[in-house]
Design a protein around this ligand. Structure first.
Ligand SMILES: *[C@@H]1O[C@H](CO)[C@@H](O)[C@H](O)[C@H]1NC(C)=O
Ligand SMILES: *[C@@H]1O[C@H](CO)[C@@H](O)[C@H](O)[C@H]1NC(C)=O
Ligand SMILES: *[C@@H]1O[C@H](CO)[C@@H](O)[C@H](O)[C@H]1NC(C)=O
Ligand SMILES: *[C@@H]1O[C@H](CO)[C@@H](O)[C@H](O)[C@H]1NC(C)=O
Ligand SMILES: [Zn+2]
Length: 954
């Protein structure tokens, strides 16, 4: 799966609180995306069997399938009853019916079969002994109160299942296509020409919702062959993972209505979580490069060529992977479909990848460069999953990082292939490495790889789809690839994929193959020893380099250093450079403290070149001063990525009290002479915390004055483009132009706010002509609405309602949260309760946007508390992450009063009503306590620093 994190955060690339895209990541970890809101009840044991015979088939000791019976192949029929057109509303029904015949092998003498089934009404169950060709007498049992296991137990009454026996289990069932975005669900959109509502059926199985579509053995290692037949209304197209069989669809008449029966070819051996089905009236655009590759969307969107970009880049990325991984994509078809409603950003279902519209449809002249990067990244991510995940699958969810870490890491390589000028291989540092370092410094973080027994319930599983799994996973793979060499890395993963195709792995299998590649190249690195320290331990180290005595050592980096004296050690690949040195970088593997005579120097030393390592670096004071001096004199002598690193490390070291807060602030002084995106982005991201802490206090004035002073040169650097609503050529320059505008406008630089209002008003006066460049829309809409009143807001709201382009709607939806008018913000909050105004999948992020606005902070928090029951009911079991809501809405909390409110909220709602948000609430309390302390300790110093620095001339 792919989250919407980058997208959401990048959407925010402009705000009145100086928030740019990564400012939100790490905070919005995975909004409305990865996390399933599932009740976090303790695992309940499945029922005791009622048999008195002494057959060794007791119930499984945990939530896991016992493995006494395994599936070999399924034959599944599904018939969704919905009409796509609302004009049939009198008959409109969202029922689906189906049946499944699964061939089983019995592994040991057994009396019962456990499989998964959830929210299905079972109509018939039949167990057949295939060897004897007789039906067996069975009873079945679904323990409704046991909401976590979702077990359907089939008990054999008068017989015993034989070891090695072949059986087939037939189930007939029916279910409802809810609009809950999980399992088999319905989605809807408006047909542009007629203005009519249209329905479609779609699916989202990962991680544990295939069981809502048909009874099945819903675990990733229970791979089987699937032969699916869809019975659907005439005039619709059904898609599933594999292509239609050669014979094609048949028309049949059922109860006087005609239906299409579409049979699909039997799949390869695959896991249930990557199954997919869609039934819609969508049309498709074929790839110009390869037969069988199609991009599907609403007919309006295909006609308007919104599918062009995706259709153009898919095959080049796919073919790059085929080459890189040394294995052909095994299907002769690949469908990518843009769904109006989807929980995650996208889902990698084998052969039928589903996307949110904003993750697939690029609208020339409307979508921004950020949208384009997001689309390319998500496509590359999902395509990488066709190998990492679909072909080779983790044995159990505790190692889901083997899917997500690889897909995230490989996506940067894939995008680099199709958009080489973007330099995304550098951007991985901002988008993934920096984000993961931030989250992994918290005591609430978790190791990349959890113990299998700790991941049992659907909510345990859903909880793993987070920044650690995605971004830290990608970051440590990147580190490993540099450490053992890119070629060895490539050889290792090739043989790994090849050995385990169509089956399952644990991470040791990966280490073994990479080790083989290292050995074959006559190198000495020990892959497993090094990587174990990164995947099995929580957190990461700060490496201290002291140029006075040449000592280098590491310790566990935690924001709250006092928490506990951790003795964790990592095997840290270190790459360093030295001022003025023409020598090759000095590289070594740090475990225990060492003394490097080369580092004893009165010239600066810089460690973690290009930030390939997953750690922070601290130095003695003198070396810090020399580095800052270098930044102020000739910044370009330090690599761009490392300029960003110095800022990011300094700010985080200051928060953890390794260095003074003034040293961190000092790293931003040189920025008036830097126009590069990565350093600016690091600064903007880190200063965001200062803004959150101080935008309600007297620090804010001097801070704004300082930021204004620093950003004016950058604003002016891009001004010629900006005032004409144009953008520079380079990808990262385009991003930094957005930073320039956001920071300048947010800090009251009048040229900027006037520019924003005037462009917006030109559009308002003649809304048939859009004068604002797509890249600049988010920040300009936001700043114009912030500066304006009801008229500006209403205009944007109307545009929001009338736009059918998802990315445009997202920009407007965000910008609407920027107003300073309390009553408008309050009314906007109310709109999130009405799915006709704000789609369900967008409600939580809209509330979060409002909370991000200092004027909306208190309103949003009151609203969340007042509507808590609504949210927990509406989104119970849905994909909306209530934890994220709590997390985000309380981000600014830094007073005793707010702390009391949090504690009261916790006391009022027990664990049950908080569900998955209870951990988030605990974290919010911990964070608020830390904020209170931080503000107390730093406010004076920070105020003085900003006062002083905002005065000095440059
Ligand atoms: C409703 O659906 C039926 C069957 O698909 C179709 O024949 C009929 O024309 C539809 N009715 C309307 C009003 O569109
Ligand atoms: C659909 O509705 C029409 C008119 O209300 C009715 O005649 C027809 O029998 C219905 N079809 C089904 C399958 O219920
Ligand atoms: C399963 O459903 C399909 C479609 O309704 C039907 O044709 C088939 O006979 C059913 N299978 C069994 C074994 O009843
Ligand atoms: C740090 O951790 C300690 C021990 O758990 C805790 O008491 C303290 O409140 C924490 N400090 C901050 C600033 O979070
Ligand atoms: Zn993914």
């Amino acid at each position: 799966m792919a989250g919407s994190k980058v997208y959401i955060s990048k959407t925010l690339a402009a705000t009145t609180v100086l928030m740019t895209f990564s400012a939100i990541i790490g905070i919005i970890t995975m909004i409305a995306v990865y996390q399933l809101e599932v009740m976090s009840l303790p695992p309940t044991k499945p029922p005791e069997p009622t048999t008195t015979e002494t057959i060794p088939t007791g119930p499984p000791p945990s939530m896991r399938l016992p493995g006494n019976v395994i599936p070999e192949s399924y034959k599944v029929f599904l018939q969704p009853y919905l009409y796509t057109e609302i004009s049939n509303v009198t008959n409109q029904t969202f029922l689906f019916t189906g049946n499944s015949t699964v061939q089983l092998r019995c592994m040991e003498k057994s009396k019962n079969i456990f499989l998964h089934s959830k929210d299905l009404v079972l109509k018939a169950i039949r167990l057949t002994d295939l060897d004897e060709n007789v039906n067996l007498e069975v009873t079945h049992h679904v323990n409704e109160s046991d909401s976590d296991s979702n077990f359907l137990e089939i008990r054999v009454e008068n017989e015993v299942l034989r070891e090695n026996g072949s059986y087939s289990l037939f189930t007939a069932f029916e279910g409802i296509l809810h609009d809950d975005l999980e399992g088999f669900y319905r989605s809807e959109y408006e047909d542009q020409a007629s203005g009519e509502k249209r329905f479609l059926a779609a699916s989202q199985m990962e991680p544990t919702d295939a069981r809502k579509v048909f009874p099945c053995f819903d675990e990733p290692a229970m791979k089987a062959y699937f032969e699916i037949t869809i019975i659907h209304r005439e005039g619709t197209t059904a898609l599933t993972n594999w292509p239609m069989t050669a014979s094609g669809s048949n028309t049949i008449i059922i109860d006087g209505e005609s239906w299409l029966v579409t049979p699909f070819a039997t799949t390869s051996k695959m896991s249930t979580y990557i199954l997919a089905i869609t039934v819609s009236d969508f049309t498709s655009q074929p790839s110009p490069h390869r037969e069988g590759i199609k991009v599907w969307a609403r007919p309006d969107a295909v006609d308007a060529k919104h599918t062009d970009y995706a259709a153009t880049i898919t095959v080049p990325i796919l073919e790059y992977y085929e080459e890189e991984f040394g294995i052909k994509y095994p299907l002769n078809k690949l469908d990518e479909i843009a769904l109006p409603d989807l929980g995650p950003g996208a889902m990698e279902n084998w052969g039928l990848i589903t996307y949110r519209e904003s993750a697939l449809l690029f609208v020339e002249g409307v979508s921004s460069e950020t949208n384009k990067e997001w689309i390319a990244t998500i496509i590359a991510h999902e395509l990488a999953h066709q190998w990492f995940g679909n072909l080779v699958t983790m044995n159990w969810w505790n190692e889901i990082w083997l899917n997500e870490g690889f897909a995230t890491y490989m996506a940067y390589k894939g995008v680099d292939k199709v958009e080489p000028s973007w330099n995304v291989k550098d951007l991985i540092v901002i988008n993934e490495v920096q984000e993961a370092l931030e989250v992994d410094a918290l005591t609430t973080s978790h190791p990349l790889c959890s113990a299998e027994e700790d991941i049992q319930t659907p909510s345990d599983i859903a909880g793993l789809f987070d920044v650690i799994t995605y971004s830290k996973g990608a970051a440590v793979l990147r580190m490993l690839s540099y450490y053992i060499g890119e070629n060895q890395f490539k050889m290792g993963i090739r043989s790994y994929l090849n050995e385990f195709k169509y089956s399952n792995v644990v991470q040791k299998d990966l280490w073994r193959h990479l080790q083989q590649a290292v050995d074959d190249a006559h190198r000495l690195e020990n892959v497993e020893d090094v990587m174990k320290s990164w995947t099995q331990q929580v957190g990461y180290p700060v490496v201290t380099v002291n140029t006075n005595d040449g000592k280098v050592y590491q310790e566990h980096f935690l924001l709250n250093k006092t928490e506990h004296m951790s003795t964790l050690q990592w095997q840290v690949p270190i790459i360093t450079v030295k001022d003025g040195s023409t020598d090759k970088p000095i590289t070594f593997l740090l475990t225990d403290e060492v003394t490097k005579s080369e580092f004893k120097s009165d010239r600066w030393v810089l460690a973690n070149v290009n930030r390939t390592g997953f750690y922070r670096v601290n130095y003695n004071k003198e070396n810090w001063q020399r580095l800052i001096q270098q930044l102020e004199t000739r910044p370009n002598e330090i690599f761009t990525i490392n300029r960003g690193q110095l800022i990011d490390d300094a700010f985080n070291l200051a928060r953890a009290k390794y260095v003074n807060v003034t040293l961190a602030l000092d790293t931003t002084k040189y920025l008036k002479n830097d126009t590069e995106y990565i350093p600016w982005q690091s600064a903007v991201h880190n200063l965001d915390y200062f803004i959150l802490m101080f935008d309600r206090s007297e620090v804010y004035g001097p801070m704004q004055a300082y930021l204004r002073k620093q950003v004016i040169p950058l604003y002016e650097y891009f001004e010629n483009y900006t005032i004409h609503s144009e953008v520079p050529e380079s990808h990262t320059a385009q991003f930094n132009q957005i930073n320039a505008i956001s920071v300048a406008c947010a800090n009251g630089f009048k040229n900027c706010t006037d520019m924003a209002s005037s462009l917006f008003n030109r559009w308002r006066e003649n809304d048939t002509y859009q004068p604002i460049h797509p890249n600049l829309k988010t920040t300009i809409y936001c700043n114009a609405i912030a500066a304006g009143g009801e008229d500006e807001w209403e205009f944007a709201w109307e545009r929001f309602q009338n736009s059918t382009v998802a990315t445009e709607r997202d920009k407007l939806r965000y910008a609407l949260s920027c107003t300073k008018q309390i009553w408008l913000l309050n009314r906007y909050l109310q709109y999130t309760l009405d799915p006709n105004k704000i789609r369900k999948m967008d409600a939580v992020s809209t509330i979060i946007y409002i909370a991000r606005n200092v004027a909306g902070q208190a309103l949003a928090w009151d609203f969340v508390r007042a509507q808590w029951n609504y949210f927990s009911q509406q989104y119970d079991g849905g994909i909306i992450a209530l934890g994220e809501l709590i997390d985000e809405v309380t981000l600014r909390f830094s007073t005793e009063y707010e702390l009391q409110q949090l504690k009261q909220f916790q006391a009022e709602h027990g664990e049950d009503s908080l569900g998955s948000a209870s951990r988030a609430l605990e974290q919010a309390i911990e964070r608020t306590e830390a904020n209170i302390k931080w503000v107390k300790e730093n406010k004076r110093t920070v105020l003085e620093w900003f006062r002083r620095e905002s005065k000095t001339a440059y």
